[in-house]
Structure formats: structure tokens, C-alpha cells
Design a protein around this ligand. Structure first.
Ligand code: HEC
Length: 137
């Protein structure tokens, strides 16, 4: 009789242990390699100067040169896509700039227009810069 009692206690204790270990489910842990804080002036602007300046200024009331490149983009409403900003800080997916260089057809023509796509590295840098808050640094 005594033995059975101990067994029941043990089974009960073990099941409590397992049940309690199941209660916290915080989902999968996604580990991304850390990205250095990107500099607008040193990393992002040079892409625009090399590949976009021939048309901006000129088209879409968007100047991607040294003086206006930042202020014409960040938190500025898109002309072609109402409800979206050209660059929405921390939110690349809702940024027309990112979507256009990434080639998402929902956002019209790919930029740069009539030229080779940006490299995957360049597109990734633009994504990371926006995700880091689109700093003016
Ligand atoms: C050959 C000319 C040309 C080049 C080069 C070019 N663009 Fe454009 N861009 C345009 C035209 C024309 C529009 C307006 C039509 C449209 O939105 O597709 C435009 C629109 C845009 C818009 C949308 C503006 C808004 O308010 O909706 C963004 C952002 C943009 N370009 C970014 C770039 C970037 C970044 C580059 C360089 C990687 C680039 N463009 C290179 C011609 C060009």
C-alpha cells in the first residue's frame, strides 16, 4: 500500500514538472547577425550619387543629391503611392524607396529606371539603413 502511494506521488510530481515546463512558449528565437550602424553619408548617399542622380533631380520631385537626398526621402509622402512614405524610418517594407529598388511590382517601376538593378548588397544596405531608423549620420 505504502509503495503504491509513493508511486502516485512521484507520477504526480513528474507530471507537474513537465506541465509547468510547457507553459512558457515564447516562439522561435531568431538570431540575426548584428549589423553595424550604417552611415547615410558614407554608405547610402554614394549609391544614389552613382546610380540615381542622373534622373533625380528631374523626375518625381525627388532630388537624391548631397544637399537634398536625405530631406527629400525620409518621412516624405510618396507622390505615386498615397499612404506610403518614401522612407518610413524603422519600416523598410512600407518604404517606397526600398520596395522600388527591391523590385516589388506593387510599387510600379523598378529603380533605377532603364538601368541594371542595384546589387543585392546595395539593396540590403538600404534595407538595413531604414530598419536602423534611417539616421542622418
Ligand atoms: C532614368 C531615370 C531614372 C533613374 C536612373 C532613377 N529614377 Fe527613380 N524615378 C524615375 C521616374 C520617371 C519616376 C516617377 C515614376 C515612377 O514612380 O515610377 C521615379 C520615381 C522614383 C521614386 C518614387 C517617388 C515617389 O514619391 O513616389 C523613388 C523612391 C525613386 N524613383 C528612387 C530612385 C532611386 C533610389 C534611384 C537609383 C537607384 C532611381 N530612382 C533612379 C526615374 C529614374
Amino acid at each position: 500500500m505504502k509503495r503504491i502511494g509513493i508511486h502516485i506521488v512521484l507520477i504526480f510530481a513528474t507530471s507537474i514538472f513537465f506541465l509547468s515546463s510547457c507553459t512558457k512558449d515564447s516562439g522561435p528565437i531568431i538570431i540575426r547577425p548584428p549589423v553595424d550602424t550604417l552611415s547615410f553619408a558614407d554608405t547610402i548617399l554614394p549609391i544614389f550619387l552613382a546610380k540615381c542622380l542622373n534622373c533625380h533631380p528631374g523626375f518625381a520631385d525627388l532630388d537624391l543629391g548631397v544637399t537634398n537626398g536625405y530631406s527629400d526621402l525620409v518621412s516624405v509622402n510618396s507622390i505615386a503611392f498615397p499612404g506610403y512614405e518614401r522612407v518610413a524610418p524603422y519600416d523598410p517594407q512600407n518604404s517606397v524607396l526600398y520596395q522600388k529598388v527591391a523590385g516589388n511590382s506593387q510599387f510600379g517601376t523598378v529603380m533605377p529606371l532603364y538601368a541594371d538593378r542595384l546589387t543585392d548588397d546595395e539593396i540590403g544596405l538600404i534595407y538595413d539603413w531604414i530598419a536602423q531608423g534611417a539616421l542622418n549620420n
